[in-house]
Design a protein around this ligand. Structure first.
Ligand SMILES: C[S@@+](CC[C@H](N)C(=O)[O-])C[C@H]1O[C@@H](n2cnc3c(N)ncnc32)[C@H](O)[C@@H]1O
Length: 306
């Protein structure tokens, strides 16, 4: 089936059965969190979360290229006064099924407001868990370098003797630990804490990514022409980031209204992109038949770039 640059309506587990093995460079997604937002898009009970997620994750594993990366945005909720362990259980089960738990990024939500709870403070961060199929995967670190900023006048201006000593044994790269290597540079690599405000302007979906979040990961783990999948696409933010950066996209959502919303946002981006006049949009009514018998339909306005 033709799957590039399309938003599919259906359960991602079924739709993905129509995609070839090793076809996706980056999977970036935020699934429904356990037992939350039930009225908007069907929460799953925390105790059943891993069982619900794993058949989908098996499809993610199959469609992801060996050089690809899967980034999962998730956060465990508190149940009966303590943090539930379904995210921890999920990581363990992913490892059992062959995934490598390569890294974890923290998304610090910059724009939260004060609050008061009896036994905890405001939850102000989320996990972005990175899984890979292989130890060697594509990563384009230069694409997300940041200005050296305050480091230049602070820490880098006052180096100790240890800072000037290379410590090969501990980092292996021969570059990371010797801080004096960074003196005089304009750009440095970021760390694994991402400071970004949450998105509050989209009134038609309740859990929208801020566009800079998928944008950052699309730059880090893919190149122009690569394919980015979001199997829980919601309002289409990951696909918007991919399209804006010249990547191909695949999006899936069980909610028809969100599929439509994604299509509208993508059409908007396309209309504003240079060279769009030459790129003819194709419309398709193709029906995708999943192996389990579930039927998924690409939305009527599923555009295909040529
Ligand atoms: C957290 S939201 C994603 C929001 C998205 N990151 C954005 O920026 O708008 C999760 C989405 O997954 C969809 N969903 C739930 N179960 C699904 C399934 N089995 N397959 C595909 N989509 C599903 C929901 O309808 C919801 O829109």
């Amino acid at each position: 089936m033709e799957y590039l640059d399309r938003i599919f309506h259906g359960d991602c587990e079924d739709v993905l059965k129509g995609l070839p093995d090793d076809s996706i460079d980056l999977i970036f997604t935020s699934p429904p969190y356990a037992d939350q937002r039930q009225r908007t898009y069907g929460g799953i009970k925390p105790d059943q979360y891993v069982d619900w997620f794993m058949p989908k994750a098996d499809q993610f594993f199959r469609v992801l290229k060996p050089s690809g990366t899967f980034v999962l945005n998730i956060k465990e909720r508190a149940v009966n006064g303590e943090r539930h362990i379904y995210v921890i259980e999920l990581i363990l089960e992913m490892r059992r099924r062959g995934w490598l738990w390569t890294e974890e990024f923290m998304w610090h939500k910059k724009n939260s407001y004060p609050g008061k709870w009896p036994n905890r403070f405001r939850d102000n961060w989320e996990r972005l868990i990175q899984f890979n199929k292989r130890r060697k995967f594509n990563m384009y670190q230069e694409a997300v370098m940041v200005p050296v900023g305050d480091w230049a006048s602070g820490r880098l201006a006052n180096l100790s003797e240890t800072d000037r000593t290379r410590d090969e044994s501990r980092v292996g790269s021969g570059f990371g630990k010797n801080i004096s290597n960074w003196v005089g540079r304009d750009m440095v690599y970021p760390n694994n804490v991402i400071h970004m405000a949450t998105e509050s302007s989209n009134k038609r979906h309740s859990a929208v990514f801020p566009l800079p979040l998928p944008t950052w990961f699309v730059k880090l783990f893919s190149q122009p022409g690569d394919t980015v999948l979001d199997p829980f696409i919601g309002s289409g933010t990951t696909a918007v980031a991919a399209l804006s950066l010249g990547r191909r996209y695949v999006g899936i959502d069980t909610n028809k209204e969100y599929v439509r919303l994604s299509e509208e946002r993508l059409a908007d981006v396309q209309a504003r992109m240079p060279g769009i006049a030459e790129r003819k949009a194709k419309y398709s009514e193709e029906v995708v038949q999943g192996e389990s018998g579930g039927t998924a339909q690409p939305s009527r306005s599923g555009r295909v770039r040529e």
